[in-house]
Design a protein around this ligand. Structure first.
Ligand code: HEM
Length: 161
């Protein structure tokens, strides 16, 4: 762990983050938060729909704009996150919140894969879903909320350790 963090800190990205002026970290941090907001905002609406709210709004209609915005948000959050980490990576060695945040992100991504592959999700906009399928979607919506809320909370807490 320490070796990896030292390598990150000494990388070209780490040098760039520390030595390219006082605004670099601030702008990358702001972009990280905008990425997180663009990921979580749309997902919150989708997850609540999967949990059973707003049943009259077709899932396919909601998923259309939500999926690309959330995917872009994730791409921005993860690229800027690597920059934030590289700035002073060794400071995070022993910080327990990184061991909560990254597994929560990994689990959230596994849940996205599982949702994508589920017959219930693939049938959206094609046919009526059964009660069992609606329950499966609700479970994945709940897992998604838990994962991303945990990642956000742990991400916020990292700086306070
Ligand atoms: C590869 C992906 C990511 C990496 C490497 C990463 C890394 C980091 C780092 C190093 C910080 C600064 C901690 C500090 O010293 O204060 C941070 C902050 C934060 N991250 Fe991430 N992050 C990633 C993705 C995400 C995602 C997907 C989320 C949300 C689901 C997230 C949520 C947050 C939050 C809420 C903060 C606090 C920002 C603040 O208070 O200014 N991060 N992240």
């Amino acid at each position: 762990m320490h070796d990896f963090m030292s390598w990150m800190q000494g990388s070209a990205l780490g040098h760039f983050m520390r030595e390219s002026g006082p605004w670099t970290y601030a702008i990358v941090n702001l972009s990280h938060i905008l990425g997180v907001a663009s990921l979580f905002g749309p997902l919150l609406v989708l997850d609540l729909r999967l949990l059973g709210l707003w049943r009259r709004i077709p899932l396919a209609a909601l998923a259309g704009p939500i999926v690309p915005v959330a995917a872009l948000g994730f791409a921005v959050a993860s690229t800027t996150g690597v920059g934030l980490l590289a700035t002073n990576a060794t400071d995070y060695v022993g910080n327990p919140f990184i061991f909560i945040k990254f597994p929560a992100i990994a689990l959230g991504l596994i849940n996205v894969l599982a949702l994508n592959r589920s017959p219930a999700w693939q049938a959206r906009g094609v046919r009526e879903l059964s009660r069992t399928e609606n329950r499966q979607l609700a479970m994945m919506g709940g897992i998604s909320l838990a994962c991303w809320l945990t990642a956000i909370t742990a991400g916020r807490m990292i700086g306070y350790w």
